[in-house]
Design a protein around this ligand. Structure first.
Ligand code: NAD
Length: 516
């Protein structure tokens, strides 16, 4: 593992223009372990210019989809070959347990590049349309993109932004989250190693205020794909409006896991824990609101609490750790503050509710998985995104009550329904206003299927054909094969004296209107 990381701009590894660097902190120890180039507005401008040049003058957008696909497959292979090193880096930089980094992150990155290679290979860059007599018509797809990513899944989010953007023939500048840029910089480097031409993939580490704002406001950029909080998403929309950029937004969530009374308890308790405590609840789609049908709530909670107490919290690189640290000291303090708010609102802490002490790693940012009972849907802990290992549990009476409570949120990202009766579960799922609902499972995100939010959870979809199309600009090209304009628009024939001009064929009033 290197101890110094550089930006990726215009096909080169580069220091920040200012020469400044910042330390990357390992949340398992609270100590610095590497330095990173601290990009600023000037680096963002250089990267946007490189991406623009690569799009306007470079080979990438002109290549066939299947040629781009071959390059994406090469990136996927390089990620696989470097899986161990990338997983360790994610564990150090972002606190992912090594089990999760190896078992989930790397696989998702590889399959994201592979799926978009497959889509690029089979999609036409030009779509022929019905041929009218005397003309041929087709749609051409084209588009410079910016991808801005959050700190919770750095390497996965880098793949989610880079793969579809470049598969569709665009060039891209990625701004990873301020304190977790290392694996994204490595993916940028591997894209160069895979032979992707200079300027097609650029990565600028740095703050949202300096790098992010410069990129989103840049007139050189056509599209922004943002993943992060709803609050910053609002700011992205404002900035993107400067030159009416296309935006897709993947924002926050406060998703509900609905447990119906006919459920297999063992299965659903296990699933509810996976839904909320996967990666310490630092997951946009986490099932942080557990709605349980009243007849089974006591038994369910007793089992859930017992099993939650068995979760081992420890250093990210220790294979015995079920949960690693919280990603930063700031986020640890946010989690603590919210548990305090819950207590003040009248919630009972059923387990957790405090920092975890990990022997030998006292400087790390650890928190015990926490369950809050006696919660009402109107409380702040049930309404606001905490983004940590905190579950609120609320009983409900019947399906209508569960649906109303699940929908009692400004967010609409995801959710789960647990039942032994699929028909009953589907009826509930259909009424929950979120982009995804999993039945008897959770977190099943697949790069082939669309993912995104309703309401304040976002605009647009990532993944699959729908995600791919978010990165394409549609242009209709009409090629006329029928001779001079006057032959088809007699009313426009400038060679005929005005008084003798015929009206348009088949029309009593003048022919086609000039475009609006
Ligand atoms: P954040 O909104 O604070 O930051 C996200 C990114 O935006 C970072 O790279 C940050 O540096 C950048 N940024 C901040 N201010 C900016 C500005 N003014 N202009 C341009 N860029 C700016 O989010 P976070 O704390 O990094 O991540 C957690 C949030 O992300 C949670 O709300 C979570 O739900 C959300 N998230 C959503 C999804 C999804 O798919 N819907 C996935 C993961 C995370």
């Amino acid at each position: 593992m290197a101890d110094r990381y550089q930006l990726v701009i215009g096909g080169q590894l580069a220091d920040a223009a200012s020469g400044e660097t910042f330390d990357s902190i390992d949340p398992s120890t609270g100590k610095a372990f590497a330095t990173v180039g601290k990009g600023g507005a000037e680096d963002a401008r250089r990267a946007a210019e490189a991406a623009r040049k690569a799009f306007d003058q470079g080979p990438w957008p002109k290549m066939k989809g299947r040629e781009r696909a071959a390059a994406l497959l090469k990136v996927a292979d390089l990620v696989k070959q470097n899986a161990g090193a990338l997983a360790e880096l994610e564990a150090k930089d972002a606190g992912h347990t090594i089990r999760m980094a190896k078992g989930a992150d790397i696989g998702m990155v590889v399959s994201t590049f592979r799926v978009f290679a497959e889509i690029a290979a089979k999609e036409n860059d030009e779509e022929p349309l019905a041929r009218n007599p005397g003309s041929m018509n087709y749609v051409r797809y084209e588009g410079v993109c910016v991808g801005i990513t959050p700190w919770n899944f750095p390497i996965q989010m880098a793949a989610w932004k880079i793969a579809p953007a470049i598969a569709a023939g665009n060039t891209v500048v990625i701004k990873p989250a301020t304190y977790t840029p290392l694996t994204t910089l490595e993916i940028g480097r591997l894209c160069l190693e895979a032979g992707i031409p200079e300027g097609v993939v650029n990565v600028v580490a740095g703050s949202g205020a300096a790098v992010g704002e410069e990129l989103v406001g840049s007139p050189l950029v056509d599209k922004v794909a943002f993943t992060g909080s709803t609050e910053v998403g609002r700011r992205i929309m404002e900035l993107a409006s400067s030159n009416i950029k296309k935006c897709t937004l993947e924002l926050g969530g406060k998703s509900a896991s609905v447990v119906l009374d006919d459920v297999d308890l063992d299965y659903a308790v296990d699933g509810a824990m996976w839904g909320v405590f996967f990666h310490n609840g630092q997951v946009c789609s986490a099932g942080t609101r557990l709605l349980v049908q009243r007849p089974i709530v006591d038994e369910f909670l007793a089992e859930l609490t017992k099993r939650t107490e068995g979760i081992r919290v420890g250093p990210a690189l220790d294979p015995a750790s079920d949960e690693g640290p919280i990603e930063s000291k700031t986020q640890l303090e946010t989690v603590e503050r919210y548990v305090g708010i819950g207590r003040d609102e009248g919630a009972d802490v059923l387990t957790g509710g405090e920092r975890a002490v990990v022997e030998g790693h006292e400087g790390g940012f650890y928190y015990r998985p926490t369950i809050l009972g006696n919660v009402k849907s109107s409380m702040r802990v049930a309404q606001e995104e905490i983004f940590g290992p905190v579950l609120v549990v609320i009983p409900f009476e019947d399906e209508a009550d569960a649906v109303a409570m699940a929908n009692d949120s400004i967010y609409g990202l995801a959710g789960g329904v647990w039942s032994s009766d699929n028909g009953r579960a589907v009826k509930v799922a259909e009424q929950i206003r979120t982009g995804t609902v999993w039945i008897n499972d959770y977190h099943m995100i697949n790069p082939r299927y669309p993912f995104g939010g309703y309401k304040q959870s976002g605009i647009g979809r990532e993944h699959g054909e729908m995600g791919f199309n978010e990165y394409r600009q549609v242009k209709h090209i009409h090629v006329d094969l029928g001779g001079p304009s006057r032959a088809r628009h007699p009313w426009w024939d400038l060679t005929v004296p005005k008084r003798e001009q015929p009206s348009a064929p088949g029309a009593e009033t003048p022919g086609p209107k000039a475009p609006g």
